[in-house]
Structures are given as structure tokens and as C-alpha cells.
Design a protein around this ligand. Sequence first.
Ligand SMILES: O=P(O)(O)O[C@H]1O[C@H](CO)[C@@H](O)[C@H]1O
Ligand SMILES: O=c1cc[nH]c(=O)[nH]1
Length: 256
Amino acid sequence: MSQIIDKAEAGQNARQYHIDVAPGEVGTVALLPGDPFRVPLIAELLTDVTDVAHNREHRTMTGFYKGKLITATSTGMGCPSTAIAVEELARVGVTSFIRVGSSAGLQPGVNPGDLLVSEGTLRNDGTTAAYAHPGFPAVPDLELTLALRAAALALPGAGTDYHVLSGINASDDAFYAETPAWIAELNSLGILNVEMESSALYVVSRLRGLRAGMICACSSNLVDGTSLYDHDAGALKRGWQNSIIAALDAAVALDL
Ligand SMILES: O=P(O)(O)O[C@H]1O[C@H](CO)[C@@H](O)[C@H]1O
Ligand SMILES: O=c1cc[nH]c(=O)[nH]1
């Protein structure tokens, strides 16, 4: 049995198997959208952009924002590929992660384009069960969370064109298994919004001594009739851009 591999040791200081990134190719802070097609949207706000890698769902670009080297890597959808992205980015030098995602509102009045800062996640996923006891909290870094909220509130349209809200979100594994009963339960618990990656992001980051936070743009609302399928896509895109700017400003403010 001496040939059994120890994955905690394997692949350190090497080009990473899934993200195809090597040490020296990225900075210390990474923005994490789910969608690889949103990585260039982040790069539009950077200078001296480098297209580092694109393997499977993980696209990585780097560039500078206000003098700071920023990395953007897509996680793909869900906790399994997010855990892989965080583990592998940490192996090549990233120490802070900011998820910039889309997320559905679970309370009335959360509108497409609103910015949602996460204070913690209900772990309705399978991946983190492999990492930690079910009672282990999935929580972001406090200082980073406060910096994200401050940066979002400082944006020109905040409070006029869109709301900046913060609260607990849920991470679900199964987008199409969210029944009306489950949505109603999350709503009655006061959960603000639901997405699919923060559970893994927070638990893996805590266990590995990394910092993580999340700011999402609301894509739709599951309780007030703002349908996922017919909403104004422009509001979501503006929300993504605003969340990305807030994340970049927080990364600079904390010198992550
Ligand atoms: O737009 P992203 O960041 O992928 O986030 C949300 O969108 C996907 C579901 O449509 C899930 O990944 C969910 O978390
Ligand atoms: O973004 C998300 C994630 C889960 N479920 C949704 O309806 N939207």
C-alpha cells in the first residue's frame, strides 16, 4: 500500500492538472466568476492583460488594476470544480479569493442587478461534506466582506440605480431540484439569495488558511415573480460589471 498517493503533497510547485497554471503565472488575489466567458469581462477593466490558460471550464487571465496584479479564473458551475480551482490556485500562489457571481434573490424586492454581499452560506452541497463536519460554518473572511460592502456602497449607482444588500446565502448543488417547497423554506429562514459555489469556496479557503469573500449580481428572483427566463439581461450584465469593480476596489483597498 506504499504506492497510495497523498493528494495533499501531489502537484505542489508544478503546473496544475485542471487549471493549467504554473507558479509565477498568477498574483496573490483571484476574482472567481463561474462562467469562463466572464473572465474577459473582468480583463476589460485591467491593463497589461495576459491570457494565461484555458482548460476545461477554467479560464485564467491576469492584468493590473490601480497598480495591483489581479488574476481572474472561472470556477465552472458548482462546488466540485470550485474546490478544484481554489486548491490549484492556492498551489500556484493565490492567497485571497473573491467570487463575483450571479445569484437568485430569495426575498421580495431583491431585483436583477442588485449587488449581494455574502455574510455566510448554508451548505446544501456534497463537496464540502468531504472536507468538514456538517456543522462547520461556511463563512467568508470578515475584513474582506466589510471591504466588499464598503466598495459596493461607494459605487456611483449604489442606492439609486440598484440596491447593495448583505446577508446569508445558500449554495445548492442542483439548480433544477430547487422545488417550490425548498425555495419557500430558504425564504422563511431569511436567506437572501442562492448560488452554487460559495460553500466550497469558504470551506476550502478556511481549511487551507486562505481568505475568501463573495459579491454577486442578482440574476432573478425566485419568490416575487421576476422570472429567471425573461428578465432584463442588461440589468444582470450591469450588476456583473458593478460587482467586479467593487471586488477590484476591495482587493486594492486591502492590498490582497
Ligand atoms: O453566474 P455564476 O457565477 O456561474 O453563478 C450562478 O450561475 C450558475 C447557475 O445558473 C451557478 O454557477 C450559479 O452559482
Ligand atoms: O444562481 C442560481 C443558483 C441556483 N438557483 C438559481 O435559481 N439561481
